[in-house]
Write a protein that binds this ligand. Structure first.
Ligand SMILES: NC(=O)c1ccc[n+]([C@@H]2O[C@H](COP(=O)([O-])OP(=O)(O)OC[C@H]3O[C@@H](n4cnc5c(N)ncnc54)[C@H](OP(=O)(O)O)[C@@H]3O)[C@@H](O)[C@H]2O)c1
Length: 357
């Protein structure tokens, strides 16, 4: 086949792929709004896979689909097992291959094991450590024994012999500097309990973690409402081969609120969103606008960061992964749009607009 005919056949198959992905995303968007019934009715077939971009996760060499699953919401929102099973099996069928959870997201680890433990070879399993308490209540323990107990408990709850990645979960800078928790995680890696180790957090602590050279990955907040990492940690992470995983990737979708939420991360992101006043977040813009709408633009903004390998999005809805993967199939935001958003941030962002843990 000549170069030109091969190029034109690949561009027509890309057009066909985009058409199919957009159609699937549109169907999934309607279903995400409608709730789990869609996934109960539909049977996945191989030709319903969404062709999602894959990247390498830094020095780990893991081949990862760009859109992963964030397991915080299913725990905190007490999503029932049936919905979690539909959600995760459907996403795996559609092409997802990264599941991220943590030791303290209520029962997220158990929900995941029950839903897809039988398909363990089909996904990379990431969890976090540092919040082990004997009582099972809230708290943290960055001692060597505490980290070790946390990892053991995750192995049990996730019903697996080995984790792919264990991350120090929002560990404060002072504890990182002491080093005991890092050494404990390195020990878990040597003992074969986890293949790789990472740091999950932001700002100065994240910078310290990347500079230390002791972590394989960095999980950090990054969205159009949380851009500190773009200059602070991403370039160095890329240079040092540290794989970057993003959290709070769509800024908790705060455009959904008409009024400022009362407190917490949502309130902070909502305030930033109003001050930034990006056109795609103004009242009246809707998620069913596809890749140019709020969710599509938010996702494609993060995808346009070359240092990023996996974008985690949290959800409790069975059809969301497919919908978001469809939005991403339009590709990362083009350079001009990206630069416009970056310069607006530089103009408006206050010194305290740091990465939200
Ligand atoms: N310190 C840490 O280590 C840390 C901190 C925060 C997060 N994380 C990790 O990162 C993951 C993601 O962060 P996150 O869950 O806090 O924030 P996020 O992914 O930015 O936002 C999740 C929210 O966005 C909504 N959403 C998803 N897709 C949407 C769409 N297309 N249109 C409208 N709304 C949409 C979800 O609602 P629906 O349920 O309706 O889909 C959910 O409420 C977590 O699950 C966790 O794994 C780690």
């Amino acid at each position: 086949m000549s170069r030109s005919s091969s190029a034109s056949s690949s561009s027509s198959s890309r057009r066909e792929f985009l058409r199919r992905s957009a159609a699937i995303a549109a169907g999934a968007a309607a279903s995400a709004a409608a709730g789990p019934a869609f996934a109960l009715r539909r049977r996945e077939t191989p030709d319903e896979r969404i062709a999602i971009e894959h990247r390498k996760l830094g020095r780990t060499g893991l081949d990862v689909a760009l859109l992963g699953f964030g397991g915080a919401e299913i725990g905190y929102e007490r999503t029932d097992q049936k919905a979690v099973s539909l959600l995760l099996n459907g996403a795996l069928d559609a092409g997802m291959n990264v599941i991220d959870t943590a030791e303290c997201y209520v029962d997220s680890e158990e929900l995941i094991a029950e839903a897809v433990g039988h398909r363990r070879k089909e996904y990379h399993l990431f969890t976090k450590c540092g919040h082990f308490t004997e009582s099972g209540g809230r708290g943290s323990d960055w001692s060597s024994a505490g980290i070790s107990k946390s990892v053991e408990r995750s192995l049990k709850r996730l019903a697996t012999d080995v984790l792919d990645l264990v991350q120090l979960h929002s560990c404060p800078l002072g504890e990182l500097e002491k080093g005991e928790c890092i050494a404990a995680l390195e020990k878990a890696k040597k003992e074969g309990k986890t293949r790789f180790i990472g740091y999950s957090g932001d700002s100065k602590a994240a910078r310290f973690a990347v500079e230390s050279g002791r972590f394989d990955t960095l999980q950090t907040s990054l969205s159009f409402l949380d851009q500190e990492a773009i200059d602070l940690t991403l370039p160095l992470a890329a240079k040092n081969g540290v794989g970057v995983i993003t959290k709070r990737t769509i800024g908790n979708a705060v455009w959904r609120y008409d009024d400022r939420p009362p407190s917490g991360y949502h309130a902070e992101y909502w305030r930033r969103m109003k001050e930034l006043d990006y056109e795609f977040t103004r009242p009246g813009r809707r998620d069913d606008e596809g890749p140019e709408g709020p969710a599509g633009t938010a996702l494609r903004f993060v995808a346009a960061q070359p240092a990023v390998s996996v974008m985690l999005v949290g959800t409790t809805k069975p059809a969301r992964w497919r919908q978001n993967a469809g939005l991403l199939s339009a590709g990362p935001l083009p350079k001009e749009a990206l630069e416009k958003m970056r310069s607006r941030w530089k103009e408006v962002a206050k010194p305290d607009w740091t990465g939200q843990t």
